[in-house]
Design a binder for this molecule. Structure first.
Ligand code: TXA
Ligand code: MG
Length: 388
């Protein structure tokens, strides 16, 4: 263990390179079926003389051969990828982001045939058919029984009998996995406990000097991580809310009765004492979750001389609120998809300004497709609820 850590630690002396890749300039996707579905077989023909294609290929070769993880964009958040079949590579992920070693990773695939190879003789359980055809490629991770013996490194699944798998919809991520030719284990590419990265600059901020390569494909479209579901349970359950909502799942055959199996304290709504919580998705500043419009008077009780940042999720009629504040940031309009897209970057942006506390206006979990995912991240990030 010590010698491995030393070996990986040597990268601290090297600089991290950020390589830009424009997905529209990497080459041509060639599909086997006329529907141009990524679920069937497909391949990528890289453009000659394209720096974007060269960058993508370099990252793919590193994923295949090196033990240092590579950061890459997906449609949800940036991932920190490694060959899921090699223990030395997967350990590089845990080391780079200082992730607790008992938190399992999601395996990313680029085709169903790759998934079938991974499962060896296990079929894909019938319950997932409807989800796969509707949501893949996309922001949904499904739990599958881990085959015995497994081609995956044990560090991917920790000691669990299941593996979480997802096919991302970002063409860049798909092309990268396809070129690497191996399943890619990838958690979000933030330092453990920090908000997930939705831009290459966020990854660089957290992991500079700890990894060698970041593929920069621009900002992520969804902005919160994938929904994680377990269809092996009866009834099936949601383990983490994300880009696919409970209502969308309920429309699928076999998923009408899907339950929520995560507990983010939504039901209890008991005010929490500041500093009493395990931190997750947390900027350096304290996050206060306002259940109602932001109130400077209430926020000031938590302030010890520093600045206040405010993250608005609603077009409240707040008069000249802004002029009284140190910083304010709209996370979008009242449209929840925009809130999700801008959420983590807004938390990071306010943090960069050095504020002491960030006040975030809450929203209702059922206010839109992605509101439950947004509120789940905010409840985890918040040190205290301010209930008006
Ligand atoms: O959108 C996403 O899912 C992003 C991008 C990069 O694809 N990835 C991501 O990974 O969010 P991570 O490691 O930050 O979150 C993985 C989640 C964790 O909550 C983990 O506990 C859960 O998936 N998970 C992974 N394997 C599991 C398993 N076998 N059983 C239960 N939960 C599992
Ligand atoms: Mg994460």
């Amino acid at each position: 263990m010590a010698s491995r850590d030393t070996a990986v630690g040597q990268t601290n002396h090297q600089s991290t390179r950020v390589l830009k890749v424009d997905a529209s300039k990497i080459g041509r996707f060639i599909f086997d079926d006329t529907q141009k579905s990524f679920l069937a077989n497909w391949k990528i023909q890289l453009s000659n003389d394209s720096p974007d294609a060269a960058h993508l290929l370099e990252a793919a070769l590193r994923l295949r051969d090196s033990d240092l993880p590579v950061a890459f964009p997906t449609e949800t958040v940036y991932g920190l990828g490694a060959d899921a079949t090699r223990s030395s590579a997967v350990r590089g992920i845990y080391f780079a982001k200082q992730r607790p070693s008992d938190n399992p990773l999601i395996v990313h695939i680029s085709s169903l045939s790759q998934l079938r190879n991974l499962l060896i003789s296990n079929p894909i359980p019938q319950i997932y058919r409807s989800l796969i055809s509707r949501f893949w490629p996309g922001p949904l991770s499904i739990l599958l029984p881990l085959p015995i013996p497994s081609p995956l490194a044990p560090e991917v699944t920790t000691s669990l009998p299941t593996v979480a798998v997802r096919m991302p919809s970002s063409p860049l991520a798909l092309a990268l996995i396809q070129l690497a030719g191996v399943p890619i284990a990838a958690p979000s590419a933030n330092a453990s406990s920090k908000p997930s990265p939705t831009a290459a600059a966020h990854v660089l901020h957290d992991l500079s000097g700890r990894i060698e390569l970041i593929l920069d494909g621009g900002p992520c479209m969804v902005g919160v991580e994938s929904t994680v579901v377990d269809g092996l349970k009866i009834p099936p359950v949601i383990l983490r809310p994300g880009g696919v909502s409970i209502d969308m799942l309920r429309e699928c055959p076999g998923w009408e009765d899907v339950r929520v199996a995560y507990n983010d304290g939504a039901e209890t709504a008991v005010p929490r004492a500041p500093g009493m919580k395990y931190r997750h998705y947390s900027p350096n500043a304290k996050v206060l979750l306002f259940h109602g419009p932001f109130s400077a008077t209430l926020a000031k009780e938590y302030l010890h001389g520093g600045g206040i940042g405010v993250l608005r999720t609603k077009p409240w009629d707040t008069g000249n609120l802004r002029t009284n504040l140190t910083y304010s940031k709209d996370s979008g309009t009242a449209e929840t998809n925009n809130v999700a897209q801008g959420l983590f970057s807004a938390l990071r942006e306010l943090d960069e300004k050095g504020v002491d506390i960030i006040c975030v206006e809450s929203m209702n979990d059922n206010e839109g497709d992605i509101a439950a995912a947004v509120m789940n991240r905010l409840r985890k990030a918040a040190e205290a609820d301010i209930i008006l």
